[in-house]
Design a protein around this ligand. Structure first.
Ligand SMILES: [Zn+2]
Length: 421
């Protein structure tokens, strides 16, 4: 067993109030020890135990890796014109999804895969260490299964969203039968979750209920796109069926807030969508004051929220949704982990990432698996080894050289990019 001691963390977020100040469990001048891929010790730098390896964080902050619990990365095509239309005053209705469906169906596997690689790399460089990826731009048995097969190459958190919109050439009830039958059977081997866009113009309450119950019977966990464009049954349905999250939550009644506050369903807020569509933001303050668990996620997609940046969503949440920076950081880390019902995520760190990307999510830093292991450097002239992500970030895109050969920012060569393209 090899241990790594990280010292001189100017500020460390533990998300465990028993370990430090406030809800974030904030510690100053902190150190951590990672043993066998798990955080084995957290404390004051002065009391740090010995370890096999030692790193100096040089006063940087350490915080949990961001957990992006809502992203649509498997797509092709461009919808930049929609942004111009929104800014010119056209309302968002969700209709542009069909534009992406046509482009996605026409794209090759390699093109779809390359898009996921690009966006996931972008997300990682901004501190996201766990990401959920949905299907939803295939909307046929073969295209939905293909989307999920590709998504599963990159994350454990895959979501079947055949019920995104009704394809233009299909009758709604007939399509729902397909989603609950043949499409679900083809997709469930690659999916952990099932989701439905419960919204006027997409799927009504009863159609959404049918999709969720069929998904649950197939062994999938439940998530719901709920109450984004107007009031509706989505949130109540999510709570009633025990969904892990109700996502968007922009238009809520008092009954919706009360239902969420007494439940295990997380309200996942996606302010990138409101920013991109110039729509009213969800009232995060109201939800937090009612005791609801809130997550922040990007909703990364080509039409209504084309960003992979959790820091941007945190900034939006603080500026536009009246929550504090500490609450936003908690929602983007521990909140996201709860939305995925994970107690072991957000702890993967890349050896070449800044220490600010060191991470855990969930409450207990003491027992957090860091999910790193030693790997030998890929450079033939180097015999060093380094800490590498254990899983989740695939070797095809993870850095392949040790930190001495490839650091970030690179100190060896001004033109070096440690992230393979
Ligand atoms: Zn979405």
């Amino acid at each position: 067993m090899v241990s790594l001691l990280v010292t001189n963390l100017g500020e460390l977020v533990t998300n465990d109030p028993t370990l430090g100040d406030g809800p974030l469990g904030l510690r100053r001048d902190a150190a951590i020890v990672i043993e066998d891929g798990r955080v084995a010790w957290i404390g004051d730098a002065a009391a740090a135990p010995a370890a096999d390896e030692r790193r100096d964080a040089e006063g940087r902050a350490g915080l949990p890796g961001f957990v992006d619990s809502h992203a649509h990365l498997v797509f092709a095509g461009d919808r930049a014109a929609e942004f111009a239309a929104r800014m010119a005053g056209e309302p968002y209705t969700g209709g542009g999804i069909r534009t992406t469906v046509a482009a996605t169906r026409a794209a090759s596997d390699d093109a779809l895969r390359a898009n996921v690689v690009r966006l996931r790399r972008e997300a990682l460089r901004q501190g996201t260490t766990t990401i959920e990826i949905k299907s939803g731009y295939g909307l046929s048995v073969a295209d939905e299964a293909r989307s999920l097969r590709i998504a599963a190459e990159f994350t454990d958190e895959t979501t079947f969203l055949g019920a995104h919109v009704v394809p233009a050439d299909r009758e709604p009830d007939d399509y729902v039968k397909d989603v609950c039958g043949e499409m679900l059977a083809a997709c469930s081997p690659y999916a952990k979750w099932v989701d439905v866009f419960c919204e006027r113009g997409a799927f009504d309450g009863e159609q959404s209920r049918a999709v969720l119950i069929a998904g649950r019977k197939a062994g999938l966990g439940l998530r719901v796109h709920a109450n984004q464009l107007g009031p509706g049954p989505g949130v109540q349905l999510a709570v009633e069926l025990g969904a892990a999250s109700a996502d968007h939550c922009t238009h809520l009644t008092d009954q919706d807030v009360a239902a969420l506050s007494g439940s295990g369903t997380v309200a996942a807020l996606l302010p990138g969508a409101e920013f991109s569509t110039r729509s009213p933001y969800p009232d995060a303050r109201r939800l937090l004051d009612a005791g609801v668990t809130v997550a922040l996620a990007t909703d990364c997609n080509p039409g209504s929220s084309y960003t992979s940046s959790m820091p941007f969503c945190i900034a939006l949440a603080v500026r536009e949704m009246r929550i504090t920076p500490a609450e936003a950081v908690h929602a983007a880390t521990a909140g996201g982990a709860r939305a995925l019902r994970r107690d072991d995520v957000g702890r993967r760190r890349s050896p070449t990432a800044p220490w600010s990307q060191w991470a855990k999510a969930g409450r207990s830093a003491r027992t957090a698996p860091a999910s790193v292991r030693r790997r030998r450097c890929s450079r033939p002239d180097c015999d060093r080894s380094s800490w590498r992500p254990r899983r989740g970030w695939r070797s095809s895109t993870a850095p392949t050289a040790c930190s001495a050969c490839c650091c970030w920012p690179c100190t060896t060569s001004p033109t070096c990019s440690p992230w393979p393209t």
